[in-house]
Write a protein that binds this ligand. Structure first.
Ligand code: FAD
Length: 276
């Protein structure tokens, strides 16, 4: 049995069909014995109830479920209420984020950055929550400079985070460099690489554009050349992402966090190939 720790990210489904699909995905991925699974949160609170419901549903299946929580557009009072609700359900693991303000929502809220949310959680809830924060091996798209972004990353870890999960990337050197630079700034928590399985070319390009992740030209060109041939896209994506995971594990990554998009197949195939 490989000691690599796995975690899986889901989003709260909007329809009954989505709920049923996610339940099936959870059953399939539970076989891989993840350390935890996480559930995203729509910044501005758009999925507040959905995130809670999904986390509670997953926890009933015996999996440790960590809700994401973003502070942008929110007040301390509202964040306190959400955190109290999580605590009342026995939830002890959380992913603390700033989030992005949805277009049309003007108010930034009372906490401007994830570091302020981490400080707030620690000051109000002590050590109740195990806190994850986000890291960006290719730097956050709005950051002033790589150095400034790294310093901000170190700041939120020092505010009390226990662990970090990165944005996805396809260049392992970006991750290893990020780890070295973060360690130099005194960050000593685990930094788990975020992994995006490749199953759909246009969706991958759209997501990557939005979150500032680079899709190397050789990958984009190959995917594009497959056109509508989904099997070819999946087979190529499986090779590329499995090799990336192998290099990350061989280089000392403490675990792998999969952005599953609520599907089990691609994540399961990668993990099986890795022998985890
Ligand atoms: P921060 O760490 O606050 O950083 C945001 C920007 O501000 C960076 O450019 C940083 O350099 C800068 N900054 C930080 N502190 C300061 C400071 N003191 N002064 C000046 N600049 C500063 N989004 C969602 O809406 N819902 C989710 O569930 C979700 N889950 C995610 C999970 C992971 C693992 C990752 C990597 C991202 C996730 N996101 C999610 C996206 C995330 O919300 C966005 O990337 C958002 O733009 C930044 O959030 P953050 O917590 O990294 O912000």
């Amino acid at each position: 049995m490989n000691p690599i720790e796995l975690s899986f990210e889901f989003f709260p489904p909007k329809t009954q069909e989505g709920v049923d699909k996610l339940r099936l995905t959870c059953v399939q991925l539970a076989a891989l014995k993840p350390k935890f699974v996480s559930v995203t949160f729509g910044a501005g609170g758009s999925t507040q109830q959905g995130t809670l419901d999904t986390v509670v549903d997953i926890a009933k299946e015996g999996l440790e479920a960590a809700p994401h929580l973003s502070c942008i557009g929110s007040s301390r009072e509202n964040l306190r209420a959400i955190l109290n609700e999580y605590r009342s359900h026995g939830i002890r693991h959380i992913v603390a984020l700033r989030g992005d303000l949805p277009s049309g929502m003007g108010e930034v809220g009372e906490l401007r950055y994830a570091s302020e949310l981490v400080s707030f959680i620690r000051s109000e809830f002590g050590d109740w929550f195990f806190i994850e924060v986000a890291g960006y091996p290719e730097y956050h798209p709005q950051s002033r400079s790589p150095r400034h972004d790294l310093e901000n990353f170190a700041r939120k870890v020092k505010a009390g985070a226990n662990s970090a999960i990165t944005q996805y990337f396809f260049n392992p050197d970006a991750y290893f460099r990020f780890i070295d630079d973060a360690r130099k700034l005194g960050v000593d928590v685990p930094i788990v690489p975020g992994i995006m399985p490749i199953t759909n070319f246009s969706q991958l390009m759209r997501f990557s554009e939005m979150c500032g992740a680079e899709v190397p030209r050789w990958i984009a060109r190959q995917l594009e050349s497959f056109g509508d041939d989904r099997d070819a896209i999946r087979a190529f994506g499986l090779d590329v992402v499995t090799n990336l995971c192998r290099r990350l594990i061989d280089g000392g990554a403490p675990g792998l966090h999969f952005y599953t998009l609520n599907g089990a197949a691609a994540t399961k195939s990668i993990c099986e190939r890795l022998g985890t």
